[in-house]
Design a protein around this ligand. Structure first.
Ligand code: FAD
Ligand code: FES
Length: 361
């Protein structure tokens, strides 16, 4: 059930309108990258510039038109760099038998408008001055391209890219990568791995290729079997797990564009009481036991961060300072995050009567 906000923060205060991070963005250009991949360039209106500031490696989530109940939302990494490109660019590769990627490639033209969530994601280097080892395959190049360009232009780090593809013709950004290597000969190198010449990447082959860069921070993105081989290769050359960053591509099942849902308290049930530090203010809210924290905040007009709303991306991560919550689903926080008190607002419901939360991530 989608309902109007039920709880005002301050007694007697006017209820705030519900918040959404969705914006309509106009496509200004479409660039054919290969036979089955294209880049979509968005113009960001001045009124939304602040909302669409992003970090290299982050992604947008797009509401793909469909007759299917629940919508078809899909995430696409930004291939542009926030350090020197003003337009936002995503790069989409057709998935065989897939709905959204083919719809975008078949239908989007300059002048089209798409409903888009603001940038999200934690697949981003902590410093552009650090050396980075980028390992990608196919459309996995997209966030890696943003990171590579950002380090080279916005920082001082060195970039080594290992990029696997079926063959030369299916290589996205082939020409740009050659140009980058010529422009930054001491700070950027790319090794292409064409499966038609060398076979599919193996753990042995990948380990040999990345061994000289084992002290770098590693960023991996590509199809699941490739990621598994690349992760094993990194472990084999002793890259510590804390230096391995992984972006997993998958299609969203839910609809992050849907309105916030407040589940009313059952008969005889009392709400919990939440104190939430968000956007520099301390907010007090009655928290119905079956309502997710993110929905509670959005429905009451508080601009909490989110992207997938299904426990996959950690954009909504926040810290439980006091009290106890439980997550209905968690596919992203690891044990160390949980020990540090992190939870996912999009999946958290209260257990204790009093809960203090801080959006400090
Ligand atoms: C953070 C993130 C960033 C991403 N960045 C990019 C990017 O930069 N570029 C990019 O191209 N992609 C990216 N993706 C992947 C993208 O979001 C989509 O998952 C991808 O485009 C496939 O979507 P689709 O709708 O075309 O395929 P889907 O319709 O979701 O299908 C996916 C696969 O499942 C199969 N399938 C679908 N329905 C069924 C069914 N009922 N039974 C059996 N099989 C089925 C299809 O045949 C297909 O092989 C990213 C994903 C994430 C999470
Ligand atoms: S919004 Fe993605 S995990 Fe919560």
């Amino acid at each position: 059930m989608t309902i109007e906000p039920t709880v005002a923060t301050d007694e007697g205060a006017t209820p705030r309108p519900p918040v959404s991070h969705a914006h309509d963005l106009r496509v200004v250009e479409v660039v054919a990258e290969t036979a089955d991949a294209m880049s979509i360039v968005f113009d960001v209106p001045e009124s939304a510039t602040a909302a669409f500031r992003y970090l290299p490696g982050q992604f947008l989530t797009i509401d793909i038109p469909t007759d299917r109940a629940g919508g078809a939302a899909r995430s696409y990494s930004l291939s542009s760099s926030p350090h020197f490109e003003t337009d936002l660019v995503i790069t989409v590769k057709r998935t065989v038998g897939g709905y959204a990627s083919n719809w975008l490639c078949d239908n989007i033209r300059p002048g089209s408008t798409l409903r888009v969530l603001t940038p999200a994601g934690r697949f981003t280097p902590p410093s552009l001055d650090d050396d980075v080892l980028l390992i990608g395959a196919g459309s996995g190049i997209t966030p890696l391209m943003s990171i590579a360009k950002s380090v080279l232009i916005g920082g001082t780090g060195t970039v080594y890219l290992l990029y696997a593809n079926r063959d030369r013709a299916s290589t996205i950004f082939g020409r740009e990568l050659t140009a980058m290597a010529a422009e930054f000969p001491t700070r950027f190198a790319v090794e292409h791995w064409f499966a038609d010449e060398r076979g599919l990447p193996t753990v042995d082959g990948l380990a040999a290729a990345v061994a000289p860069f084992a002290s770098y921070d590693a960023f991996l993105c590509g199809p699941a079997p490739f990621m598994a081989a690349a992760s094993s290769a990194l472990t084999r050359v002793d890259v510590p797990p804390s230096h391995i960053h992984v972006e997993k591509y998958r299609s969203l099942d839910g609809n992050p564009f849907a309105g916030a849902v407040i589940v009313p308290t059952a008969d005889g049930e009392t709400s919990a009481h939440a104190t939430v530090a968000i956007d520099g203010q301390l907010v007090e809210l009655e928290w119905p036991r079956q309502t997710k924290l993110l929905d509670l905040l959005l429905a009451n007009g508080y601009d909490a961060p989110y992207s997938c709303r299904e426990g996959e991306c950690s954009s909504c991560a926040c810290t439980v300072r006091r009290g106890e919550v439980r997550m209905l689903r968690n596919e992203t926080l690891v044990d160390a995050d949980l020990r540090a008190g992190l939870t996912l607002a999009c999946q958290a419901v209260p257990i204790s009567d009093e809960v203090d939360i801080a959006f400090d991530q």
